[in-house]
Design a protein around this ligand. Structure first.
Ligand code: SF4
Length: 453
């Protein structure tokens, strides 16, 4: 097969452990023409706010932006499902010339009248930034007439990276939280907020159950199975526990400054990280030793329940090679640990939004020869997956076709999936999926094997 070359300007964002001096460049705008796997600013905002199930989410822009993010997460709701609808102002040529504010106002009044949401988020897309619609002014006017919070999300797609979208979503969330805030500033004993947990396949419910068993009260989850009214008491939590740190650390910092709530970073993927997350929360409430005792008992019980099956699968998976490309680097850390637990080696790892510190940590965790990539494109991923002869690709919706075209197994670890992969229960689901995929006989029949023969 003809070797694939990579773009000259991208070479500083690719690192091979052991042969290059570590100086990866990252945290910058995608290279024009590179066809980045990264999502836009608007998409970054949309995925953070999407799980708030009783809010209206209106995309102010051409229909393509709304269709691109329609039902973008497998985020479940225990009640209303308004979040799963995709509303758009469907801007066309005439609106671009004469402005879209009137159309936005009309759409908001109409939708609020029909669906009676508890709040509304209005997402600004690329073209809205270019024509200069005053989205905030329209939101203010509609809010005054309808009486519900109507929040602009300043997420014009071109104005930065996906991380800027997270930031715009955090600003809107903080705005909502501050405006719906209960009067009392008193802290609620043994209480936490969970930030960066989106209830994919019901993961929030699994995690909340662990905390309940530990004796910890979860005041609000941002934003899994979210309800507008739950944000009103979040300023009264003793601790913020941040999972998807790439997206919600900014909000945790704002809450620390405004309400004095400290935060810790955790991950609920894999046995080690889930246990560590629960122990870290228990340690925070060290004046209550019974919490730590309950946590230890919980971890022991859960690990004991899944270990025999994991050991069985490890026999088949030992020595197999995996490529990992995900949104945030924090998830990549957990995946490397979880795959090691299954006896597998990670030969490629990359992320859309990692920082220099994240990549330095990834470098320390990986074996010599591992490829580390920032903001990769399909050709680079294909090149290194083939070179490393990976058996499995772990990524999201945009990596799936790359894996299948190359003839290797794929595991969805992004927000579109429908099964929970968090917690101890999630670890066993993950291992089963990896095992089924890697050991499937279908991969012996596809062309990639023929190329390598
Ligand atoms: S906001 Fe811009 S980059 Fe994002 S989907 Fe819409 S047009 Fe594309």
């Amino acid at each position: 097969m003809k070797p694939i070359s990579i773009l000259e300007e991208r070479k500083t964002q690719v690192f091979r452990k052991g042969s290059d001096e570590f100086d990866i460049s990252c945290d910058k705008k995608s290279l024009a023409g590179s066809v980045s796997q990264r999502a836009c600013v608007f998409c970054g905002s949309r995925v953070v706010l999407y799980p708030i199930a009783d809010a209206l989410h209106l995309v102010h822009g051409p229909i393509g932006c709304a269709s691109y993010t329609w039902d973008i997460r497998g985020a479940l709701s225990s009640g209303p499902e308004l979040h799963r609808m995709s509303f758009s102002t469907d801007l066309s040529e005439t609106d671009i010339i004469y402005g879209g504010e009137k159309k936005l106002e009309k759409a908001l009044f109409e939708l609020i009248d029909i669906y009676r949401p508890k709040a509304a988020f209005v997402y600004a897309t690329c073209i809205v930034g270019i024509i200069g619609d005053d989205v905030a002014a329209v939101c203010k006017k509609v809010e005054a007439k309808t009486g519900i919070p109507v929040l602009p999300v300043h997420s014009e797609g071109f104005k930065g990276t996906k991380k800027d979208g997270y930031k715009a979503a955090c600003d809107a969330l903080f705005n909502l939280m501050d405006r719906t805030r209960e009067e009392s500033p008193e802290k609620i004993p043994l209480s936490i907020n969970i930030l960066g947990e989106f209830n994919i396949g019901g993961e929030t419910w699994i995690i909340k159950d662990y905390y309940k068993r530990m004796g910890i009260e979860v005041l609000s989850v941002m934003t899994g199975d979210g309800r507008v009214k739950n944000f009103g008491s979040s300023h009264r939590a003793c601790l913020n526990v941040v999972q998807c740190s790439g997206s919600l650390t900014y909000l945790a910092q704002k809450m620390e400054a405004a309400y004095g709530i400290p935060f810790i970073r955790v991950s609920y993927f894999g046995i080690e990280d889930t246990s560590q997350a629960l122990y870290d929360v228990a340690s925070f409430f060290s004046d209550r030793p019974d919490i730590m005792e309950k946590t230890a008992a919980l971890v022991q019980e859960e690990v004991k329940a899944i270990l025999p099956e994991l050991q069985e699968m490890k026999t088949d998976l030992s020595g197999k090679r995996a490529a990992v490309y995900v949104g945030g680097a924090f998830k990549a850390f957990s995946l490397i640990k979880a795959l090691k637990h299954l006896g597998m080696t990670v030969v490629l790892v990359g992320s859309q939004t990692g920082s220099k510190e994240d990549y330095a940590l990834l470098k320390d965790m990986c074996d010599p020869g591992t490829i580390i990539l920032d903001d990769a494109n399909p050709l680079e991923l294909a090149k290194y997956v083939l070179e490393k002869d990976a058996h499995l690709f772990i990524g999201g919706v945009k990596e799936r076709p790359i894996a299948y075209k190359l003839g290797l197994g794929f595991c969805d670890h992004n927000h579109e999936r429908k099964i929970p992969l968090a917690g101890f229960e999630g670890m066993i689901n993950f291992a089963r999926e990896v095992h089924e995929t890697v050991t499937s006989p279908v991969w012996d029949l596809v062309p990639r094997k023929a190329w390598n023969r």
